[in-house]
Design a protein. Structure first.
Lengths: 218, 513
């Protein structure tokens, strides 16, 4: 495989500009059905991948980043996951395979990336003395003090769970069903059912001292 | 089911499952029946829903701004970006009207990615005299821009040399010709951990590589996020010297390997100073002294920069700090891509013959770039404040250049290793994070993530030479070398498999304006 890199010459630019003009005037025929291809709607025409990506980024970066950070407990890793997920989306868009449900697709990719990242950080307790960096958390000053306290409790409880368990609970909290979560993390429904059951029971155990049965949050 | 405790446990399990999965009819009936008689389990079910709501209510935060820049700039450079279509449109319309016949001939005579130079097509559409080799009476066009043709390298093994490279970290040319590349074939995510191997391969032309004898390359994996393996290689000592890290007693342990030819290797004798340490880079100074840099675990849980020297590769002496605290590199160990960020990352021999190392100091708030200098004995810490973290450094006869990651500029220049200034001809970390740097008289190369090759004649003015990522499908470059008129780039692909490329040096170094 050979790649020839050339600098832009005046003639090359001109030829490509002419070809682009022709392509614009005579668009290539669109297939009758193209799963995953994005349409502009009744007005016809094709959505520009860059525009779609920009819109998708603005719409979903916050939740994907927050999900990734809580899943990995690592702000740097979360940023890498967000970047990688959206760049993969761009690749899909460029190939004409834009997902029908961009949000679900992003969560699936981010879940896989987070789980892979977590598998490289197993047995952290054995080297915790050299990983003195405080675990990444998100605090929101706009929330009430009581809610912030509750948030801290939930975050701390989540941090005691395994990365896979944490990822599953975060996906569920973002509206995904057990079946969708199983698909996102690449496990069978039976295995995911067991994993999530354990995760919820462990979370309850962690929160019990702060939120005993019979009492609710303010 | 017998016993109330078992019934309670079963009920609570079913209540937890029901939040995410539909229960079987029998399970639902079991849950309903127990809940009807057990207030405690009803409260438990309510608490589970409360916990779910608590997770759902956790606040969100925006991703760092640089992530947005990177993503959207990639979109802007996408080949299907609309800006690329519309930008020349107005000019093209005018040109079409003015030179219609010529435009149509140009359109139908051009093909593929390459475009013939204008002098090869005359006004009549016939090949010009220049293209046919005869003297031309047509006006000549501007000189053809420089080309650097990169190709993917192969690793011997499998049908058609389809063996796969593992993670590749560094490459060097040998004084007698040929190249050596090193890396690791133990990504660190094995469960349970198993012994793994450092990876070494050699090549005479950087196009086809042969895996070296694995004897003597065994590694012990580190738990957690830290990866073991060879991290750098240089021609020197008994032939070739490689440095890196393995594990001992669950902690990092610096390691050095020696080879006469890059094909067969053995571990250099262990030293007390290797315990709790790691080596990131090694160079051979102009007088033959080998210098290795890295880091070590400090007694207080932090990290210190670490430096060693050796006259022959066999015996290594830890270097001293010129002043107390010069090696301190922070109170926390930040890991990134399997490496500890704190400590010294790379070293170079500067224009004045002194040594300069770059690296970082990290604490709970993040990492900051640091430089150290030495005349060969003790090391001093520079007071320079980098607006980022330099990870690689190289030098020619007039300057040092360091590259890395930052929010402003990805590269810095210095004449003495003490005072540094930002280089603006390279894009910032919003676009490019640099990981590898190479310099030889008249040619500088740098690359990183994404895998774009940038070159320069002087280490100051840089130009994009080759967008390898766009051509070969992504990845990051972690090692660069040049020798015998050949350029070499190695690293890791997006799919975790190693990548290696080679090119004829040709007109490399003239990409800058």
């Amino acid at each position: 495989m050979t790649a020839v890199v050339r600098r832009e010459s005046d003639a090359g630019w001109f030829a490509r500009a002419v070809r682009s003009l022709v392509a614009w005037l005579i668009p290539e025929p669109r297939p009758l059905s193209a799963p995953g291809r994005l349409d502009a709607g009744p007005g016809g025409g094709r959505l520009n991948p860059g525009d779609v990506l920009s819109a998708a980024y603005d719409a979903h970066q916050r939740e994907i980043y927050s999900f990734a950070m809580r899943s990995t407990k690592d702000a740097d890793a979360a940023a890498d996951i967000v970047q990688e997920a959206f760049l993969r989306l761009l690749r899909e868009l460029n190939e004409g395979r834009g997902p029908d449900n961009v949000r679900a697709w992003l969560y699936r990719v981010a879940s896989n990336l987070a789980i892979n990242a977590a598998r490289r950080t197993s047995a952290l307790d054995r080297v915790r003395h050299i990983l003195a960096r405080p675990e990444a958390t998100i605090e929101s000053p706009e929330r009430s003090a009581v809610q912030r306290e509750r948030d801290r409790a939930v975050e701390a409880a989540m941090n005691q769970l395994s990365s896979d368990a944490r990822t599953c609970l975060l996906l569920a909290a973002n509206g995904f069903s057990g079946r969708e979560i199983a698909a996102a993390i690449g496990r069978s429904e039976l295995a995911t059912r067991s994993l999530m059951c354990r995760a919820r029971l462990d979370l309850r155990e962690q929160l019990e001292p702060l939120d005993p049965l019979g009492e609710g949050s303010a | 089911m017998t016993g109330s405790l078992a019934a309670h446990a079963r009920s609570r399990e079913l209540a937890a499952i029901a939040l995410d999965f539909p229960l079987e009819p029998g399970e639902q009936a079991e849950l309903d029946a127990h809940a009807a008689e057990c207030a405690s389990c009803r409260a438990f079910e309510t608490a589970l829903r409360r916990d779910e709501a608590g997770v759902r209510a956790l606040p969100e935060v925006d991703a760092p701004a640089y992530v947005r820049r990177r993503v959207l700039r990639s979109a802007a450079r996408s080949p299907r970006s609309s800006a690329w279509l519309f930008a020349p449109l107005a000019a093209v319309l005018v040109l079409i009207v003015a030179v219609g016949p010529l435009a149509l001939q140009f359109l139908f005579s051009s093909s593929g990615a390459g475009t013939p130079a204008p002098s090869s097509v005359g006004a009549t559409g016939e090949p010009s005299a220049a293209a046919s080799g005869e003297p031309s009476s047509e006006p000549t066009s501007a000189p053809t821009p420089p080309q650097v043709e990169w190709q993917a390298a192969t690793l011997a093994g499998g049908p058609g040399d389809t063996a796969v490279f593992p993670h590749l970290e560094s490459v060097t040319s040998l004084s007698g010709g040929g190249f050596v590349v090193v890396g690791e074939s133990c990504p660190g995510d094995r469960e349970p951990p198993e012994p793994c191997l450092a990876f070494v391969a050699t090549s005479s032309d950087a196009a086809r590589w042969l895996t070296a004898d694995p004897s003597g390359l065994e590694l012990e994996p580190l738990p957690g996020d830290l990866q073991v393996g060879m991290r750098d290689v240089v021609a020197g000592g008994p032939g070739v010297v490689a440095v890196g890290v393995t594990a001992a007693d669950g902690e990092p342990h610096a390691a050095i390997w020696l080879s006469p030819d890059g094909r067969s290797w053995e571990r250099a004798p262990d030293e007390a100073s290797f315990g709790g340490a790691w080596m990131n880079s090694v160079i051979a100074r102009s007088d033959g002294l080998l210098v290795a840099v890295g880091g070590r675990l400090a007694g207080d849980g932090g990290v210190e920069a670490a430096f060693w020297t050796s006259p022959d590769g066999l015996g290594w002496t830890p270097a001293a700090a010129a002043t107390a605290g010069a090696f301190e590199s922070g109170s926390a160990t930040i890991t990134r891509a399997g490496r500890t960020v704190a400590g010294a990352s790379d070293v170079a021999e500067g224009p004045t013959g002194g040594l300069t190392a770059v690296g970082a100091s990290c604490d709970a708030t993040g990492c900051r770039g640091v430089a150290w200098t030495s005349s060969g004995q003790a090391w001093s810490r520079s007071e320079a404040e980098f607006d980022g973290v330099p990870v690689a450094i190289a030098a020619d006869a007039s300057r040092l250049t360091a590259v890395g990651r930052t929010t402003q500029a990805a590269a810095w220049s210095s004449e003495d290793g003490v005072t540094w200034t930002s280089i603006t001809s390279l894009p910032d970390t919003g676009v490019l994070e640099l990981k590898a740097l190479f310099a030889t008289p008249g040619l500088w190369l740098t690359s990183g993530s994404p895998a774009e090759i940038w070159d320069s004649r002087d280490g100051l003015d840089w130009g994009l030479q080759a967008p390898l990522a766009a051509q070969f499908g992504g990845g990051q470059i972690r090692g660069l070398a040049s020798g015998d008129g050949v350029l070499v780039a190695v690293g890791i692909g997006d799919d975790g498999i190693g990548i290696a490329f080679h090119a004829a040096a040709g007109s490399a170094g003239r990409s800058s304006p």
